[in-house]
Write a protein of this length. Structure first.
Length: 495
């Protein structure tokens, strides 16, 4: 007995489920209420499921298991109102706490101090080389004149540096800023100096008011503002051209992040606030501003924020424990020694931990956003996937990300410490003695603690995203197919 054909079912509202449009009416067939706000690439899966495409061929619908899929690859569909409330209940108090923390810890500017004239703590002005004269080094007594740049190391057991032979450069430098603008002084450049001066070159000069008049000014560096500004401009143009509006927002977020660092974090630490508390509050503010500004105020971004927050908490706990256990003081070079001398109340080990947290934040943002997007896209491709299936699929993507990110972080720290590692290599020190030295141990702890936080951020963020996106199934029970005719054709998404 042949079953009689079933009449087509007429729908009065769309049956879309998180990116899947099941034969609902749309603008292309003249019915109101279609999902016109999110175009997608639509195609029929009737061949793979055994169903007939009633929407495109006019035949009766096939067996109940036949259905069509319209896979949307556009922006993530908004989650339900209930889930938005749950996410807001977690993030709004956190954002309020960060804001209150910034108000309470706001420093109002870095504290003043009397200049020591050591290292970076010197008065500086701008200058320009107005003339260069080749002279015999002996005629200018070059051995007694401070060379431009650090002097070459003298042989072991010898006394003062021997007088150089050959031709020296006698540079006349004019001060172009400050109260002594227009004043000139002479700088002798020895043949072996690492930094040679040229006529017309812009330089940075140091001012020592307590020194004899002829020695008050000296060249300490070259003015590199123009090439640095040009490189920054090229970077900004490249980001905007490739990233368009999202790239522009990323640049704005970068400026805001740098502002939080220079106007809040650094002055607050100098004022004597706990470096760890300041770093946590400042890093949280940077995270909230940067992620929401670059990726929008969406549930997807909120999940990335939660994953980043959990990972930062783990990094803080591990860093605090291992810095104390390894007895790392954070005072290992001339710069940290100068900071400790000028501001003895600063907790240098806390400053080290603050650096670990802030240094890990940038890479954490990348990992958490990528994993959240992967879960969302997998859910769009197959909304029937439950949280476990989503997690298993997304964690495979995360494993590739872990391998590349950890390698990147280790190489970044190794590149920054390359001169130090080269010194240990020259000294023929064993790997154990090199790792045991405080200077290298700091970098090892910084690298490993940050890497552990990055590795942990992948499963944490993936699990959060899978739970959130799979729990949001408005309109029908989980995995239930929608009845009705299936359209085999749909509008292609504009790219």
């Amino acid at each position: 007995m042949t079953p009689s054909p079933q009449p087509p079912i007429e729908h009065t509202e769309p049956h879309g489920h998180n990116g899947h449009a099941h034969a609902g009416p749309g603008p292309s067939d003249g019915h109101p209420g279609g999902p016109s706000d999110r175009p997608s690439d639509s195609h029929s899966d009737a061949g793979s499921h055994g169903g007939a495409d009633a929407g495109s061929h006019g035949h009766p619908p096939g067996p109940p298991h036949g259905h069509g899929h319209s896979h949307g690859h556009g922006p993530a569909a908004p989650v339900s109102k209930h889930l938005r409330k749950v996410i807001a209940a977690v993030l709004i108090p956190f954002a309020v706490a960060v804001s209150v923390g910034m108000v309470v810890l706001w420093p109002g500017g870095a504290p003043g101090h009397e200049r020591t004239g050591v290292g970076f703590d010197r008065q500086t002005q701008q200058g320009v080389v107005v003339s260069i004269e080749q002279v015999d080094c002996k005629s200018v007594n070059a051995a007694q004149v401070p060379a431009t740049g650090p002097p070459a190391a003298s042989p072991e057991g010898s006394g003062a540096q021997a007088a150089p032979t050959g031709e020296c450069k006698k540079a006349t430098v004019e001060v172009t800023s400050g109260p002594d603008k227009g004043r000139t002084f002479v700088e002798v450049v020895q043949p072996g100096a690492p930094r040679q001066l040229e006529d017309g070159q812009e330089v940075v000069v140091a001012y020592a008011p307590d020194a004899p008049r002829d020695l008050q000014y000296s060249v300490i560096d070259v003015n590199r503002k123009l090439p640095m500004a040009l490189l920054a401009g090229i970077f900004a143009v490249a980001v905007v051209v490739v990233g368009r509006m999202r790239g522009l927002f990323a640049l704005v977020a970068l400026v805001v992040s740098f502002g939080v660092l220079t106007l809040f974090i650094l002055p607050a630490i100098l004022q004597g606030s706990n470096p760890l508390v300041v770093a946590v509050v400042g890093a949280s503010a940077i995270m909230l501003i940067a992620l929401y500004m670059c990726h929008g105020l969406t549930a997807r971004t909120s999940v990335a924020v939660l994953g980043t927050l959990v990972s930062l908490l783990l990094i803080g706990l591990l860093g605090s424990g291992f810095i104390d256990w390894a007895f790392l003081s954070g005072n290992t070079d001339d710069n940290t020694g100068l900071i400790h001398g000028l501001y003895p109340d600063i907790d240098m080990s806390g400053l080290l931990l603050a650096g670990v947290i802030i240094g890990s934040l940038g890479v954490l943002d990348d990992v958490t956003v990528t994993q959240t997007s992967a879960v969302w896209e997998l859910h769009h491709a197959d909304p029937s996937m439950g949280p476990r299936a989503l997690y298993r699929a997304a964690i495979r993507i995360g494993r590739d990300h872990i391998a590349s990110v950890v390698n990147t972080l280790v190489l970044a720290y190794a590149g920054a410490a390359l001169p130090l590692l080269l010194l240990f290599s020259i000294a023929n020190s064993s790997m154990g003695s090199v790792a045991n030295s405080e200077l290298v141990a700091e970098e090892i702890v910084r690298t490993l603690v940050g890497s552990i936080g990055l590795v942990a951020s992948v499963p944490v963020t993936t699990a959060l995203a899978a739970l959130v996106v799979s729990a949001d199934r408005p309109g029908s029970p989980a995995g239930a197919p929608a009845a009705g005719p299936v359209r085999g054709r749909g509008r292609r998404r504009k790219r």
